[in-house]
Design a protein around this ligand. Structure first.
Ligand SMILES: Cc1cc2nc3c(=O)[nH]c(=O)nc-3n(C[C@H](O)[C@H](O)[C@H](O)COP(=O)(O)OP(=O)(O)OC[C@H]3O[C@@H](n4cnc5c(N)ncnc54)[C@H](O)[C@@H]3O)c2cc1C
Length: 442
């Protein structure tokens, strides 16, 4: 066998065959002879939601940074989305944004948005990973625990549906089992330290319902988003998706709960800026029933702070950090973790891989975590540490959101940050601060 890297080992196992697990497998495939993805579910033959990914029934946004990263991990991915009939358009010119009750001024931003459902994007990634000659997908198989030898992870215990337990030996195990990951319990089983967590509770409730794309709905644009803000803990998204679908998402946080019945949804949507969701609910033809999902809290596991790691064991995706879904970051962060993993592995050295990966991931996660938590902490009801400068920052950003209704350059700058194409600090450049002030003074 042609061994890719003796330093790394020949076999890697990924637990969980959802977005983060498949992307991790793609990253590992260039450095390991063989990669096995172990997934509890049976993968559906069509692009439909599956049990292990209940959020698959809810509207998902793919941020520009995520699309760019997917295109580099799988060259041609963006063109393939278009070929698959996934609607796309400029994220500012063809999409309507309401920030703090202000309608963002339209302009070409150069940021492309995609109306793609969660099952569709997972299926497209899965097809590409399945085509990699050295990756196997073992579906209908549950990982039950780790194998540890000489103080390092040496594989996993697995149980195929209806079958007996087996072991899979591997030099590297990557946990991509999502928010239900059992990594902490497994680490405790072997006397390894478990990480502390940062938790921010927002009690987000999502309700999604899909409608038929009919003339008049959305007037040829890609969609509308109403972002929640203090005093208005309600949000809404209307977006065109593949297969001539218009999806409507209603979201509430901090005790606000969108109903799932027709009249209740319409009443909830009628309170949102712009009326886009209410228009679809009033005149659209539903394709299915509304589906509700709760997302109580965002969680960041601080593996980087451990003084001792179980070498040969990494954690990625929602199992490492899960965000308030309103900000649409999870899949994009999974892409960025795969890029990170690939670049660390390509150095061909497994020495201290766990500590190097967790440190690099923690550094990468600072920006998306602070973006999401910063937004959540604007709500006085959300518990969390607030810094002495937060009030000043929030006052400036409130003015910025209001000014973006007049000056489209501000809207573009905001969307670059929201799409993870620019850091939050870019909003504080002298030029943007001056433009904001000019609008507010006028
Ligand atoms: C309501 C909601 C809305 C969201 N909206 C967005 C959005 O707009 N944009 C965005 O980018 N992200 C969004 N996210 C986040 C996004 O869904 C996730 O970040 C993304 O799916 C990656 O998650 P993951 O692969 O880490 O885990 P998951 O998608 O949760 O997958 C975990 C996988 O592991 C499998 N598994 C679990 N345990 C085992 C085991 N023991 N053995 C074998 N297999 C196992 C499960 O079956 C599943 O397939 C949203 C999340 C929620 C909850």
């Amino acid at each position: 066998m042609d061994t890719k890297s003796n330093a790394l080992g020949s076999h890697a196992v990924v637990i969980g065959g959802s977005v983060a697990g498949l992307l991790a497998a793609r990253a590992l495939s260039t450095s390991f002879d063989h990669v096995t993805v172990v997934e509890r579910d049976t993968f559906p033959a069509h692009t439909v939601p599956r049990r292990g990914v209940p959020q698959g029934r809810q509207v998902h946004a793919l941020l520009t940074r995520g699309a760019v990263g997917l295109d580099s991990l799988f060259p041609g991915f963006i063109d393939a989305m278009t070929a698959a009939g996934i609607p796309s358009g400029d994220g500012q010119a063809e999409f309507t944004w309401f920030l703090d009750g202000h309608r963002m001024a339209k302009a070409e931003s150069g940021l492309r948005g995609f109306g793609v459902s969660r099952p569709q994007i997972e299926a497209m990634i899965r097809d590409r990973v399945r085509a990699l000659p050295n990756v196997s997908l073992r579906e209908s198989t549950q990982a039950d625990g780790l194998l540890v030898e000489e103080g390092r992870a040496a594989g996993v215990r697995i149980r195929p549906a209806g079958g007996a337990e087996e072991t899979l030996a591997a030099e590297l195990v990557v946990d991509a089992a999502g928010r239900g990951s059992r990594a902490h319990a497994w680490l405790r089983d072997f006397g390894c330290p478990v990480p502390e967590q940062s938790v921010v509770r927002t009690n987000v409730v999502y309700v999604t319902r899909r409608f038929k794309q009919e003339p008049g709905l959305l007037d040829g644009t890609l969609g509308t988003t109403v972002v929640p803000y203090p005093g208005q803990p309600r949000a809404g998204v209307v977006i065109r998706q593949e297969a001539d679908v218009v999806a409507v998402l209603l979201a509430g946080l901090l005790g606000e709960e969108p109903p799932t019945d027709d009249a209740g949804m319409l009443a909830f949507a009628s309170g949102l800026d712009g009326q886009a969701a209410a228009d679809v609910l009033r005149s659209g033809t539903p394709l299915d029933d509304a589906v509700k999902m709760r997302y109580p809290e965002s969680t960041l596991h601080h593996y980087d702070r451990l003084d001792r790691h179980l070498e040969g064991f990494l954690v990625v995706g929602d199992a490492l950090c899960s965000f308030n879904p309103i900000y649409g970051q999870g899949m994009t962060v999974a892409v960025m973790e795969a890029e990170l993993l690939q670049s660390l592995l390509e150095r061909g050295d497994r020495q201290n891989l766990a500590s190097r990966f967790f440190e690099a991931a923690a550094t990468m996660l600072v920006e998306p975590w602070s973006l999401a938590v910063g937004g959540d902490l604007r709500f006085p009801e959300v518990e969390g540490e607030r810094g002495p400068q937060d009030e000043e920052v929030n006052t400036y950003l409130s003015g910025f959101r209001a000014a973006a209704a007049v000056d489209p350059v501000l809207g573009t700058a905001f969307l670059k940050v929201a799409n993870m194409m620019a850091p939050v600090s870019s909003l504080f450049s002298p030029e943007l601060m001056e433009r904001t002030q000019q609008v507010l003074d006028a």
